[in-house]
Design a protein around this ligand. Structure first.
Ligand SMILES: [Mg+2]
Length: 214
């Protein structure tokens, strides 16, 4: 049986992004995250977090502090009946990092390294999977990994990276809206509100080219 995943960005997608978010006391979920994740889980997806954490490279917080925040996030989600299968992070930054953290990395979104590593370790079929995030770099990383991608209009809502251009397969109001679209894709409903003919053509190509059986 094919295992499929939702690759979830963290800050601005799951939790409210206060800027280099790392304090457990700042942990607040974005709107409708619990409902969205439960819906995606019920559709049979593994839930995997992939998160750029350049605050580590910049010296704003330690890897241990990030792990403590992640643990608190997972505890909160577990209380809502949600299981996170894995968390992958990139601590590096190519220009602002200190010491050994200053480097290019295939892990750093928009590159797909975290998703590819997670897919390998969890035996995930990328063509049956989706990436969800609030930045265009999340969309690009998902597409580079061979997933469909969804931009959520929480957090940065795709407005923070003017140097990037990306066309998500769907723009969702929030995670619950994203989950409803994923279900429509699974059911091959023709009324799925894919954004325009360009996306529709790309979607058809992806489906046909990869031989995805939903
Ligand atoms: Mg984000």
């Amino acid at each position: 049986m094919t295992r499929r995943a939702i690759f979830l960005d963290r800050d601005g997608t799951l939790n409210v992004d206060v800027g280099f978010t790392h304090r457990v006391e700042d942990l607040v979920l974005e709107a409708n995250v619990g409902a969205g994740l439960r819906h995606l889980q019920a559709l049979g997806f593994e839930l995997i977090i992939t998160t750029n954490q350049s605050g580590i490279a910049r010296g704003h917080f330690s890897e241990a502090e990030m792990h403590a925040f992640n643990e608190a996030l997972c505890d909160l989600l577990t209380g809502g009946g949600i299981r996170i299968a894995g968390i992958y992070h990139c601590p590096f930054h190519p220009t602002a990092g200190r010491g050994s953290y200053r480097r290019e990395s295939e892990l750093r979104k928009p590159r797909p390294g975290m998703l590819l590593t997670a897919a390998s370790e969890h035996r995930i079929d990328l063509a049956s999977s989706f990436a969800i995030g609030d930045r265009l770099s999340d969309v690009l990383a998902g597409q580079a990994a061979g997933c469909r991608s969804i931009l959520v209009q929480t957090g940065m809502a795709g407005r923070d990276e003017p140097h990037l251009t990306a066309e998500p397969d769907f723009v969702a109001a929030d995670l619950a809206d994203a989950a409803r679209w994923v279900e429509r894709v699974l059911h091959r409903r023709r009324d799925a509100p894919v954004l325009g003919s360009v996306h529709l053509a790309g979607f058809s190509h992806l489906t046909a080219g990869r031989g995805v059986a939903w």
